[in-house]
Design a protein around this ligand. Structure first.
Ligand code: G3H
Ligand code: 13P
Ligand code: ZN
Length: 330
């Protein structure tokens, strides 16, 4: 058993309590490689923001679970080296079984998500409670989910989304003992969050998505006053990166994300964790494509991964300062 405490990590308890009171959200950025991790930590140290490092089961397989643990420990050391030791959480994103959550708890994670949102309600309750009962013995935080997001990614898929039912949330939280609850109010995973026919279009062709269901969020807040709420699928899909990818040989059609002003509004409420993965993928891919297209003879990975890392860092700083409001909260 390797406790996250030995690695210098923290769980989400205090961070969420402060975020709910302070009207901001902690960034939860996914990573699976060194450049992403360097960009996240540098951006969060420079903006004095706490951070949740998120690892999906696919990312864990990709990077190797032992190496990941050392990377998280390295992230803590890097923040110290940079002169400002911010609070860092290592979180399992979309855990799909008790066994996976248990393995993460035993290997240095300070927080896990058990995603039973696709299961019948009572099965979701039972599975989530089992994970909570195990994780809480070690002070590890647990995120559960009610409601289903649309969108398809490697390990996360849902043909049909449905919003969280506010009438279920109190019962779910009290029966399971979760520390935070992910909800579905109209966000969606990936870079194509809505079908074009669900959106309106500006004269220059930019898709404007339907607004988030703040009415549902407000009802949930009334049922669970001060309880930490999580938003998945919260990339904004910056049009400049989509255009850059397409300009340099890519083919991403009908990309559309969640507008930043809506995320800012959500962050001021009980939403205290906002998950962002796709935006980082877009920024990184855009820069790599640009460098390789402009310098076709370049074959040193540092020459294209370096600029990609710089773009990522700027993206995360912007989010912490202007979208999530987490800057200066560490
Ligand atoms: O919400 C899911 C995350 O973006 C992780 O995606 O399973 O492709 O690593 P992944
Ligand atoms: P995006 O695809 O919008 O970045 O969402 C990521 C996410 O929810 C990770 O759990
Ligand atoms: Zn997610």
């Amino acid at each position: 058993m390797i406790s996250y405490k030995e690695l210098g990590l923290v769980n989400t308890k205090e961070l969420f309590a402060k975020a709910v009171k302070g009207g901001y959200a902690i960034p939860a950025y996914n990573f699976n490689n060194m450049e992403q991790l360097q960009a996240i930590i540098t951006a969060c140290v420079e903006t004095r923001s706490p951070v949740i490092l998120q690892v999906s089961s696919g990312a864990r397989k990709y990077a190797n679970s032992t190496l990941l643990r050392y990377m998280a420990q390295g992230a803590v050391a890097l923040a110290k080296d940079l002169g400002y030791p911010i609070p860092i959480v290592l979180h399992l994103d979309h855990g799909d079984s008790f066994e996976l959550c248990k393995s993460c708890v035993e290997n240095g994670f300070s927080s896990v998500m058990i995603d039973g949102s696709h299961l019948p309600y009572e099965e979701n309750v039972a599975l989530t409670k089992k994970v909570v009962d195990f994780a809480h013995q070690y002070d590890v935080s647990v995120e559960g989910e009610l409601g289903v997001l649309a969108g398809i990614e490697d390990e996360v898929s849902a043909e049909k989304s449905h919003y969280t039912k506010p009438e279920e949330v109190e019962d779910f939280v009290s029966k399971t003992g979760v520390d935070s609850l992910a909800i579905s109010i109209g966000t969606s995973h990936g870079a194509t969050k809505f079908k074009p026919e669900q959106c309106t279009r500006t004269p220059d062709g930019v898709l404007i998505p339907p607004p988030l269901r703040f009415d549902i969020l407000e009802e949930i807040e009334k049922k669970l006053p001060g309880f930490p709420i999580v938003l998945h699928g919260s990339s904004s899909v910056p049009i400049e990166y989509v255009r850059m990818i397409n300009q340099y040989g890519g083919n991403i059609k009908d990309a559309v994300g969640i507008p930043e002003d809506q995320l800012r509004r959500a962050a001021r409420s009980a939403v205290c964790k906002i998950n962002i993965d796709s935006d980082g993928r877009l920024a990184m891919t855009a820069m790599i494509r640009k460098v390789l297209a402009e310098k076709p003879s370049e074959f040193d990975p540092r020459k294209y991964l370096g600029p990609a890392r710089d773009a990522l860092k700027e993206l995360y700083k912007h989010k912490n300062i202007n979208v999530l409001g987490s800057a200066n909260q560490a």
